[in-house]
Ligand binder design. Structure first.
Ligand SMILES: *Cc1c(COP(=O)(O)O)cnc(C)c1O
Length: 376
């Protein structure tokens, strides 16, 4: 059996190696390492794939979120509503910009922000909602956009884990996640569904004015060369990364299908087990399975993690400490916040290996070992 990894970017690379190597060498030969033609080409192809007017490449997903919040002109002390149950990058940039993160609960079924909890958290200082499409499944955007309209709030989608995911609206139309809110942000970190061979990110919007602003902020607030109108930052996608991403974008739907196939295999193996809750699939979206995350009930979760590790099966806890319990947010008195759903999930979730290169033998081996421990 091939060794099992949480993600197998190496095998994936070897399937497209000749194309990728050629593209990388072309960039090296052109020596246009910054803002070379592949950056423009990839952004155009990505916009086309997502069905969004503007894709603005940047340095990473964290920058993408930060630049989005800078472009919308939030002021220190403004409140931004976000789930506590997410990766730290989502919430860290809020605090970095001297805004106040307001943590709300997620729906334990979808792991995404719970719309009815959003309404309760809105105050006169609230400026935005940042839903996270956690583990590769869309947050309930239709409800979130409705709340935002009602209260005149901005919505910035954290699409770092869900590139390629579709959202199906009640009227039968569909959109890609990251293009539904006012601004979307994503990451091309190597393990993400569309992963570079290094860092990368992008920002999305359908609004021409915001697009200008986002582009400017990502480039030192520059309107034309050496004229800097607003305070920005330096956040770029390397040409080499853009060239690689442009190749991988063509395979993205097939990658999502491979991840879903692995998820289906797991679902089938664990179906009916009283102690294992397999990922819920919300009817309004198609999960792209950035992670395959179980909820364990009445199982020693950390014991399972160790048991699997002894059999060379990696598993991960995403995330062991939710936002409202992070030390960096202590001064917001977040630790005193009652978040029973988030705490409950934090103690029970475990993510199994899932990627585009999993084979039957690996899946069976993982499943058998999980079941052996759980049914002990
Ligand atoms: C990965 C990730 C980010 C940050 O992306 P980077 O490219 O690593 O900066 C933000 N939010 C979520 C939910 C993520 O998973």
């Amino acid at each position: 059996m091939r060794p099992i990894q949480m993600v197998d970017t190496h095998t994936q690379y070897h399937k497209i190696k000749s194309e990728v190597d050629k593209a990388v060498i072309e960039v090296m030969e052109s020596s246009a390492f910054i803002n070379g033609e592949p950056v423009r080409k990839f952004a155009a192809n990505l916009s086309n794939y997502l069905g969004v007017k503007h894709s603005i490449p940047c340095g990473n997903g964290t920058d993408a979120l930060q630049i989005a919040m800078m472009a919308l002109g939030f002021q220190p002390g403004d409140e931004v509503i976000t789930p506590s149950f997410t990766y730290i990058a989502t919430t860290e940039v809020i605090a970095l910009l001297k805004l106040t993160p307001v943590f709300v609960e997620v729906d334990p079924k979808t792991f995404c922000i719970n719309p009815s909890e959003i309404e309760k958290a809105i105050t006169p200082k609230t400026k935005a909602i940042v839903p996270v499409h956690l583990y590769g499944q869309a947050a309930p955007m239709e409800e979130i956009m409705e709340i935002a309209r009602k209260h005149q709030l901005f919505v910035i989608e954290d699409n770092a884990q869900a590139t390629g995911c579709d959202y199906f609206f009640k009227d039968g139309s569909k959109k890609k996640t990251g293009t539904i809110g006012h601004i979307g942000a994503t990451s091309f970190y190597p393990s993400k569904n569309l992963g570079a061979f290094g860092d990368g990110g992008a920002i999305f919007t359908n609004d021409d004015d915001w697009a200008v602003k986002l582009r400017m902020i990502a480039n030192h607030g520059q309107s034309k060369r050496y004229y800097h109108d607003v305070v920005g930052c330096n956040s770029r996608l390397d040409t080499i990364q853009a060239a690689i991403l442009d190749i991988k974008l063509k395979h993205l739907d097939e990658y999502a299908a491979a991840r879903r196939k692995a998820a289906d295999h797991y679902d089938k193996a664990f179906a009916g087990n009283q102690k294992i809750r397999t990922p819920f699939r919300a009817p309004y979206t198609n999960h792209v399975f950035h992670q395959y995350t179980l909820i364990l009930e009445g199982v020693d979760r950390d014991g399972l993690n160790k048991f699997l590790a002894e059999r060379n099966i990696p598993s991960m806890i995403y995330y062991p400490v939710p936002g409202h319990r992070q030390k960096m947010f202590e001064h917001f008195n977040t630790a005193s916040k009652e978040m029973p759903v988030t705490d409950w999930l934090t103690e029970r979730v475990i993510s199994l290996p899932i990627h585009t290169e999993m084979d039957e033998e690996q899946l069976n081996f993982i499943e058998n070992n999980v079941l052996e421990f759980v049914n002990k």
